[in-house]
Design a binder for this molecule. Structure first.
Ligand code: NAI
Ligand code: HPV
Length: 480
């Protein structure tokens, strides 16, 4: 594929057809038209990283945009992307690193879920990548900083599966309290075992929620409606739902709760946040539920607490290492404690299905795919998790000779002045810039630009060179 600057189409005919292509291809998005888009990353160095060569995206025809979707991204999302005319390859599983590296070399857009790890060792091969869509809530699987420093925008879906996770937790709380998993297994094996010892109502019991965000707060409301007393612990001060009470420390929560449920993100502070010391602080016969990330619980310590009878039950939906796709085995090959875990009584082991409902997956598919389309076609970063959020009213067919410039750059003094000196040769109709840490994002719509001048514009922006971050992208559009 030719570089951005070289591939600028000449003449009105092409621009007309381009504008129509993009305009007509917006399906679920209410965009009257869109600029043609050219993302482009000038060479520069950042923090010693090997800089990817110039990104080569030329969606003057949206058919040029290559999209790789992994981990069975919902059809709703796939359809939105296909409707744009993008080339979409959708796979049901994640990929081993070597295959991922091969595939990621070419694509402009990648969509993943919680399994695929996009760290610097993978992203450094992604020479054309401009955007990552996490079709899930968590973004811990992506090196967000590295992505930003390389001009790669990252989107997720912040709450579309929260309700599904919270409902699963309600189901599991009752299932654990009544030992339903064991009774169900026994009867499937032909064993009648009618017991009441160690089986409880949940009414009047205390639920301790660790992490009172989207999932935790939904769960709070539902648990109270079942007559549970809810306490929660969060590192930020949050409004209580219903009559739930905040506690000041994790230890306070662990000492009071009959059921402890974890809904924190995977960050350094939450790694193994529940380990031997925390199990010791829990009530005798309490239950632990984890649907956050596998690294949050020290699972060998959990196994010991279960074997010692300290805990009456547990539910795990997430594990430090998870299989790449359906049909793969859940054995000690993945985590060396797996066999011991599988032998425990009253433990619910689910294959990371907290967010796996038709409703959640369809909503996530639509939300993330829409974000990707708006970014690829318009440069809009609203909702991005690693970039400043920048948007402008989109160009319309009524605005001829306009170009949208997207310039992601190192947030250092003087860059904007120099960029505006370059843009100032034209009429800057509207402009927005914002920064997030070391990365700044500029969007400008300039008019009275001849198609033939765009190449020089790119070159001038690229020539700012060393003052830019590794990733610097421009998007320009010509609507005639
Ligand atoms: N099992 C599954 O399928 C799913 C798992 N998840 C996981 O659940 C996590 C939570 O999801 P949401 O509620 O949507 O996230 P959220 O971001 O809305 O809430 C997380 C809460 O945890 C709090 N927190 C952070 N560090 C903490 C700490 N050290 N101690 C106590 N609280 C802390 C935050 O302040 C925030 O209020 C996600 O990050 C994701 O990893 C999310 C959806 C589906
Ligand atoms: O949304 C999340 O963070 C989840 O953990 C769900 O992940 P999944 O889409 O099922 O791989």
């Amino acid at each position: 594929m030719p570089t951005a600057a070289r591939d600028i189409p000449q003449g009105n005919g092409h621009s007309d057809s381009l504008a129509r292509t993009v305009s007509n291809s917006f399906g679920t998005l209410d965009l009257s038209t869109s600029p043609t888009a050219t993302f482009h990353s000038p060479q520069s160095s950042y923090g010693g990283h090997q800089k990817p060569s110039t990104k080569q995206l030329k969606p003057f025809q949206t058919q040029d945009v290559k999209v790789l979707l992994l981990e069975n991204v919902n059809k709703t999302g796939q359809d939105i992307l296909r409707k744009q005319g993008y080339q979409v390859e959708a796979l049901k599983s994640s990929l081993p690193d070597d295959q991922l590296i091969e595939k990621i070399r070419d694509v402009h857009v990648i969509g993943i879920r919680s399994k695929t790890q996009l760290r610097a060792n993978i992203l450094k091969h992604a020479k054309n990548l401009i955007v990552i869509g996490c079709f899930c809530i968590g973004t811990n699987q992506v090196d967000l900083q590295y992505a930003a420093e390389n001009g790669i925008c990252v989107f997720n879906s912040p709450f579309s599966n929260s309700r599904s996770v919270a409902e699963l937790m309600i189901g599991e709380i009752i299932t654990l309290a009544r030992q339903l998993g064991d009774r169900n297994n026994e009867l499937h094996n032909g064993v009648w075992n009618k017991v009441s010892a160690g089986c409880w109502e949940v009414r009047g019991k205390t639920l301790g929620i660790v992490g009172y965000g989207h999932v935790g707060s939904q769960l709070s409301v539902m648990a109270e409606s079942m007559g549970m007393k809810v306490i929660f612990y969060d590192v930020v001060n949050l409004m209580s739902m219903g009559v739930a009470s905040p506690v000041h420390t994790l230890e306070e929560l662990l000492r009071q709760a009959d059921f402890v449920t974890l809904h924190v993100p995977e960050i350094p502070e939450t790694m193994n946040m529940i380990s031997t010391a925390q199990f010791d602080q829990m009530k005798q016969g309490a239950y632990l539920l984890n649907a956050s990330r596998g690294s949050v619980v020290d699972i060998p310590a959990l196994i010991k607490a279960m074997q010692a009878g300290k805990l009456a039950g547990a539910a795990l939906d997430v594990y430090p290492n998870e299989p790449g796709g359906n049909g793969e085995h859940f054995t000690n090959n993945l985590n060396d404690f797996t066999e011991d875990l599988r032998k425990l009584k009253n433990i619910l082991l689910t294959p990371h299905i907290g967010g796996s409902t038709e409703e959640a997956q369809s909503a996530i598919g639509a939300e993330v795919a829409d974000s990707l389309v708006k970014y690829v076609n318009l440069g809009t970063t609203s909702g991005a998790v690693n970039m400043p959020e920048v948007t402008l009213r989109s160009l319309t067919m009524d605005e001829p000779n306009h170009v949208r410039v997207i310039y992601i750059h190192k947030n250092v003094p003087g860059v904007l002045r120099r960029v505006n000196e370059i843009l100032g040769d034209h009429n800057v109709d509207k402009q927005m810039t914002d920064s997030r840490g070391d990365v700044a994002y500029l969007m400008a719509d300039i008019s009275s630009v001849n198609v033939s001048e765009i190449k020089d514009l790119y070159q001038s922006l690229e020539d700012l060179g060393t003052s830019l971050y590794t990733g610097s992208s421009t998007l320009d559009g010509v609507g005639r």
